[in-house]
Design a protein around this ligand. Structure first.
Ligand code: XMP
Length: 316
C-alpha cells in the first residue's frame, strides 16, 4: 500500500481524535512518516527535533526549512551541551550509543511533557519504521521495535505511547516515491543514510567540541566535493571521520603533530554489503589538499579502501 490516501485513512482510523508525537532525525523515513501524519492529523501532530549537536553542517537548518515547507510546526530542542557532557571521557562506541540513546529518550520525554501541558494528553508516537527495519529486528516477522541502535528505540515503552508506523510495509524506493508525492523536499528524499548517534560515531575515541567541529567541517568539504563532481547518485554513503590516530605532518619546514582524517565513500544497494567508491586519484588528491588547507588540527588524510565485508561502513 503506497497510496497516500489509503495510508492517511488508516492513520486517521488508528489515531481517531487523539494527538501524536513524532521525532524527526533528518532522515527520509521519519520525515515522510511525519509528513503523512501532518496531513492526517494537522495540528494534532507534534513533531520534535532533538538537536544533539552531533548533526552534520547545515543539517538542522535543512530539516527546519523542510518542515516549514510541508507545514509542520516543528519544535526544536537545543540539547548539544547536554549530549557533550554525557559523552565526556567516553571512548567505547557502544557506550557512546547507549548514553546517546538514553539521553535522547530523557530529552524527548521532557519535550513531550511540555507539549502535553500546552496541548493536553498525547497518546501516540509516529515512527518511520520501514520494511527492512522490521525484517532486521524480527527475522520471524514478529511485530516489534525498530533496530535497537536507532536512537528512538525504547521510546514507546518508556512513555506508554501507542506506536503508529505508516511505512511498515514499504521499502526505501516506495518511501521516496511516497515522499515525493507528498511534496517532501528533494534534499530530504535523497539524503544519504546517517547514523542516529550522528558524528559521535565518526569521531573515534572521545567526543569533544573541538573534534566535532573538525569532523563536521571536513565532512562538509567531502560532501561538497563529491556532490560537485557528480557522484551523489552513484554512492550509498560518503563522509569524513576522525580516526583518533596521531600522526606527524610537515608544514613550513617544521614537523607538526596532528590527527589522521579518513574519507569513506561506498557504493551499495543495501546496508549489508558495500564496495569502495572508484574515485579517480586526482579527485582524491585535490580533496585531501582542500581538507588539509581548511581544517586545523589534521596532519594527513587517508582514503578507506576496504569493502563491506570485511569492514563495516562506519568505523565504530
Ligand atoms: P555498518 O557500519 O554496520 O552500518 O556497516 C550499516 C548502516 O547502518 C548505519 N549505522 C547506524 N545507523 N545508528 C543508526 O541509526 C547507529 O548506531 C548506526 N551505526 C551504523 C551506517 O551509517 C550504515 O548506513
Amino acid at each position: 500500500m503506497t497510496n497516500a490516501e489509503e495510508l492517511l485513512a488508516a492513520m486517521q482510523a488508528q489515531v481517531g481524535e487523539g494527538q501524536a508525537l513524532v521525532a524527526l532525525s533528518g532522515g527520509v523515513d521519519s520525515f515522510v512518516a511525519a509528513t503523512l501524519a501532518q496531513r492526517a492529523l494537522g495540528e494534532r501532530l507534534h513533531p520534535v527535533l532533538v538537536d544533539h549537536g552531533l548533526l552534520r553542517e547545515g543539517e538542522r537548518e535543512e530539516v527546519e526549512a523542510a518542515a516549514a515547507r510541508v507545514g509542520m510546526n516543528l519544535h526544536t530542542v537545543d540539547a548539544a551541551s547536554r549530549f557533550l557532557a554525557a559523552l565526556r571521557g567516553v571512548t567505547d562506541p557502544e557506550e557512546k550509543r547507549r548514553r546517546i540513546g538514553h539521553l535522547f529518550i530523557e530529552i524527548f520525554e521532557e519535550a513531550a511533557g511540555k507539549l502535553q501541558e500546552a496541548y493536553g494528553p498525547i497518546g501516540f508516537l509516529v515512527q518511520g519504521t520501514i520494511l527492512p527495519d522490521v525484517r532486521e529486528s524480527h527475522p520471524q516477522g514478529n511485530r516489534g521495535m525498530v533496530k535497537s541502535h536507532h536512537n528512538v528505540g525504547g521510546l514507546p515503552e518508556a512513555m506508554a505511547l501507542t506506536l503508529v508506523e505508516p511505512l511498515r510495509h514499504l521499502d526505501k524506493p516506495q518511501v521516496r516515491e511516497l515522499g515525493r508525492s507528498l511534496g517532501v523536499p528533494e534534499a530530504i528524499i535523497t539524503r544519504q543514510p546517517f547514523p542516529g548517534p550522528g558524528l559521535a560515531v565518526r569521531v573515534v575515541g572521545e567526543v569533544t567540541e573541538e573534534r566535532l567541529a573538525r569532523v563536521r567541517r571536513a565532512d562538509a568539504i567531502v560532501r561538497h566535493e563529491v556532490e560537485g563532481a557528480g557522484w551523489k547518485e552513484k554512492l550509498w554513503q560518503y563522509f569524513a571521520l576522525l580516526t583518533g590516530a596521531p600522526s606527524v605532518g610537515y608544514r613550513e619546514g617544521r614537523r607538526v603533530w596532528g590527527e589522521v582524517l579518513a574519507v569513506r565513500a561506498v557504493v551499495a544497494q543495501r546496508a549489508d554489503a558495500a564496495q569502495v567508491a572508484p574515485f579517480p586519484p586526482d579527485f582524491l588528491f585535490s580533496l585531501a589538499e582542500k581538507i588539509l588547507s581548511e581544517v586545523p588540527g589534521l596532519s594527513r588524510v587517508v582514503f578507506d579502501i576496504t569493502g563491506k565485508p570485511p569492514a563495516t561502513i562506519e568505523w565504530e
